[in-house]
Design a protein around this ligand. Structure first.
Ligand SMILES: Cc1cc(C(C)C)[n+](CCc2cnc[nH]2)c(C(C)C)c1
Ligand SMILES: [Zn+2]
Length: 257
C-alpha cells in the first residue's frame, strides 16, 4: 500500500488515486508576494477543551492525538470558514534531517516539521461523512522551526516509547492543543486536499504565518517512531511529507497586510 518510500511514495500515488493530479491538491508553495490580503477574512476563533483529549497513536503514517468530537467542546469558527468545525485530531509531518519535513513551503523554504490540526464541518453528521465533501474539513497548519526545546511538544514525545510501532496507541488526557499555537494567528488560506491518499479535495487550508519552536534533539525523537509494525524490519518514521503540488490557478488569501 501507499507510503513515503521511492517504491510507494508521492510520485506513485496517482496510479491508484488519480485525484493526485486534480485541480485542488495539497500541499502548495505559498508565495507571500502573490497572496492577496482579504480584509473580509475574520480572525481565527479556536476554542479547545483539554478534557476532550483521548489518546495518542501511531497510525503508520504519522503520530496523532485524537479528540472526542461528539459535542462542540473543541471547535474552529470564523477565519475563512462559515459555521462550526469540530477538532478531530492533530498530527505532524517531518523530515529525516532538520532541513526538510514540512508539506507547505514558503517561497520555496522548507521547515523541519508541520503540525496539522484537523477539524470537520458540523453541517455533516460525522467526520466520516465530512471527509470527502468540498467544504468538509478545515486544517490549521503550523510550521515548526528549530530553536529552544518546546515543553508542550515534550508531553507528546514522552509517550513515544509506548507508540513506537505502527498501529499502537495509549491513553493521553488533558492536553490543550492551543499550547501548540504561536501567539499571532495571522494566516494564509486556500482550497486544497488531504495530503495523503485518498487525497480528497475537501480541505479549507489555514496555514499560520508564525512558527512554533522545537529543538533539534526533540526532532531526533520524532524519528525514533517507526512506520513498521512490531515484528517487521524496523523502518524509521521520517520524510512523511508530500511535496508541493501545482497551484492550478488557485488564489491564496492572506488575513494580514
Ligand atoms: C480518511 C483520512 C483522513 C485524513 C486526514 C484528513 C485526517 N488522513 C490524513 C491525511 C492528511 C494528513 N495530513 C493532511 N492530510 C488520512 C490518512 C491517515 C490516511 C485518512
Ligand atoms: Zn497532515
Amino acid at each position: 500500500s501507499w507510503g513515503y518510500e521511492a517504491t510507494n511514495g508521492p510520485s506513485k500515488w496517482g496510479a491508484s488515486f488519480p485525484i493526485a493530479n486534480g485541480d485542488r491538491q495539497s500541499p502548495i508553495d505559498i508565495v507571500p508576494g502573490n497572496a492577496s490580503h482579504d480584509p473580509g477574512l475574520k480572525p481565527l476563533k479556536l476554542k479547545y477543551d483539554p478534557s476532550t483529549c483521548l489518546e495518542i497513536l501511531n497510525n503508520g503514517h504519522s503520530f496523532q492525538v485524537t479528540f472526542a468530537d461528539d459535542t462542540d467542546s473543541s471547535t474552529l469558527t470564523d477565519g475563512p470558514i462559515s459555521g462550526t468545525y469540530r477538532l478531530k485530531q492533530f498530527h505532524f509531518h517531518w523530515g529525516a534531517t532538520d532541513d526538510r519535513g514540512s508539506e507547505h513551503t514558503v517561497q520555496g523554504a522548507k521547515f523541519p516539521a508541520e503540525l496539522h490540526l484537523v477539524h470537520w464541518n458540523t453541517k455533516y453528521a460525522s467526520f466520516g461523512e465530512a471527509v470527502n465533501k468540498p467544504d468538509g474539513l478545515a486544517v490549521v497548519g503550523v510550521f515548526l522551526k528549530i530553536g529552544n526545546e518546546n515543553a508542550h511538544l515534550q508531553k507528546l514525545i514522552d509517550k513515544f516509547s509506548v507508540i513506537t510501532n505502527a498501529k499502537t496507541q495509549t491513553t493521553f488526557v488533558d492536553f490543550n492543543p492551543a499550547t501548540l499555537l504561536p501567539g499571532c494567528l495571522d494566516y494564509w488560506t486556500y482550497l486544497g486536499s488531504l495530503t495523503t491518499p485518498p487525497l480528497y479535495e475537501s480541505v479549507t487550508w489555514i496555514v499560520l504565518k508564525h512558527q512554533i519552536t522545537v529543538s533539534s534533539a526533540q526532532m531526533a525523537k520524532f524519528r525514533t517512531l517507526l512506520f513498521s509494525s512490531n515484528g517487521e524490519a524496523p523502518c524509521c518514521m521520517e520524510n512523511n511529507y508530500r511535496p508541493p503540488q501545482p497551484l492550478k490557478g488557485r488564489v491564496v488569501r492572506a488575513s494580514f497586510k
